[in-house]
Design a protein around this ligand. Structure first.
Ligand code: CO8
Length: 257
């Protein structure tokens, strides 16, 4: 299936994917989810891509699920639409490569939920975040009710979910919703800089940090620690040995991808 909404560029180990439906503020429709599924599979299979950046074209990252596509759905169709999106965002979250959301503008509703499924978020000073579903008489359907409290705490999550209020980048930073704010012109250079930093690290260590941290977050503490020890040990059979030896020999490590 050719990509119509998602535009991908890949260079130096970094894939940048731009949601390009600016006439509808990058509202997420069925086609977006089909393309995103294909893209996640493609990036997962490409050894040359170490880090994924997602951003949006124009003044929105994504202004939510496509309201025009949703409006006439029956109860069952709407529940199904929600499940499809949840599955896609979960597979993005489970992708064995770090994913950075470079939030250029409106990240509302499903658009904010997409950002939540990324590993971390950097925001343009112009970015706006919100879960405005209650304004429309609905609730989030792509797991904001689950991810948001885990990420920013129950009080902050319920504030956003219950008021539908749109917040700016500074408030998002204060809540821990974003990790960094930069001037609009600096957004993509900053995202690429962070991606390159991560891509320069031991690739297996990067993969395991994401896996252990994400899995461990949903486990009890002792089980998470046991998972960490096992994965820590596994690195001594390959790149951990190289990284530590390179340090002692005062040279740059030679990673195998
Ligand atoms: N869906 C469809 N079209 C949209 C959406 C959207 N979410 N957002 C904007 N658009 C369209 C507008 O209709 C408009 O189209 P047209 O030019 O044809 O009239 C175009 O984009 C430009 O939008 P505006 O003229 O409204 O631009 P403004 O700069 O004046 O306003 C806003 C920008 C404030 C972002 C405004 O567009 C807005 O409020 N958008 C809707 C935001 C929203 O409510 N998002 C949440 C949607 S619900 C959701 O995401 C639930 C997710 C879970 C679903 C689970 C499956 C069932």
């Amino acid at each position: 299936m050719p990509y119509e909404i998602l535009k991908m560029e890949a260079a130096e180990g970094i894939a940048t994917v731009t949601i390009s439906r600016p006439q509808a503020l990058n509202a997420l429709n069925s086609r977006f989810f089909q393309e995103m599924d294909n893209l996640i599979a493609e990036i997962g299979a490409r050894d040359d891509i170490k880090v994924l950046i997602i951003t949006g074209e124009g003044k929105a990252f994504a202004a939510g699920a496509d309201i025009a596509e949703m409006v006439d759905k029956t109860r069952d169709q709407a529940a199904q639409f929600s499940k499809v999106g949840q599955r896609t965002f979960r597979s993005l979250e489970l992708l064995a490569k770090p994913v950075i959301a470079a939030v250029n503008g409106f990240a509302l509703g499903g658009g904010c939920e997409l950002a939540l499924a990324c590993d971390f978020r950097i925001a343009s000073a112009k970015a706006k975040f919100g879960q405005p579903e209650v304004n429309l008489g609905v609730i989030p359907g792509y797991a904001a009710t689950q991810r948001l409290p885990r990420l920013i705490g129950l009080g902050n999550a319920l504030f956003l979910l219950l008021t539908g209020e749109m917040i700016g980048a500074e408030d998002a930073l204060r809540m821990g919703l974003v990790q960094k704010i930069v001037e609009p012109d600096e957004l993509m250079p900053a995202a690429l800089g962070l991606a390159k930093t991560i891509a320069s690290k031991g690739p297996r260590a990067v993969k395991l940090v994401k896996q252990v941290t994400r899995q461990g977050f949903l486990m009890d503490f002792e089980a998470g620690c046991a998972l960490e020890s096992g994965m820590f040990g596994s690195l001594f059979e390959n790149e951990g040995a190289e990284g530590m030896r390179a340090f002692l020999e005062k040279r740059a490590p030679q990673w195998k991808s």
